[in-house]
Ligand binder design. Sequence first.
Ligand SMILES: *Cc1c(COP(=O)(O)O)cnc(C)c1O
Length: 221
Amino acid sequence: MDFIKNNLAKINTTLPEHVTLVAVSKTKPVSDIQEAYDAGHRVFGENKIQEMVSKYDELPKDIQWHMIGHLQRNKVKYMAHFVDLIHGVDSFKTLVEIDKQAKKHNRVIRCLLQARIAKEETKFGLPFNEIEEILASEELAQLENVKVVGFMGMATFTHDKEVLQEEFSSLKTFFDQQKNTNTELTILSMGMSGDYQLAIENGSTMIRVGSSIFGARNYII
Ligand SMILES: *Cc1c(COP(=O)(O)O)cnc(C)c1O
């Protein structure tokens, strides 16, 4: 009883005011999300578009839905009418598609560019220089229905604090540099259940926490 509500309260009491908690509800039933909602929480993250759409349809409409997973471009259209923030954008092509779909609904969709910070081999995320290129490009300025508002990073899957610290702080440094010339950059999404305290110490403004709120997931996706 009150498992989710208590977990949320515990985390919230430790969070600085400038940090937004995204409750990652992937694989969890709508009843779990409703419990968090009833406790006052409004920001939820999912990593599969179809799953997010069906939950959106069933749940209160003042929920802010964040897409945190890897994006399949051909599915962007299914969430374009409601998604609040897309964390995992890792190509200019994807921004073009989000812009196109957002336009159909007369919306501006906020996006984060996913940076590659993990030392481990990963195909996700952009190197810093490619992020810089996208931000500076004429083409981006022409996309009226997307707004790049910050970056997202996933650290190496490790308990080694030094590795995590180095990866988080490298993104924070890059974020601060880019902010100097781009005032629209306000969000730095870093940190999950296992590493969010460290991420906050290293400048995160948005954490994505799943298992510490809803409990362990039954399967890995
Ligand atoms: C699942 C997921 C999370 C949350 O993971 P937990 O370890 O359960 O907190 C955060 N970010 C992304 C991108 C995820 O896919």
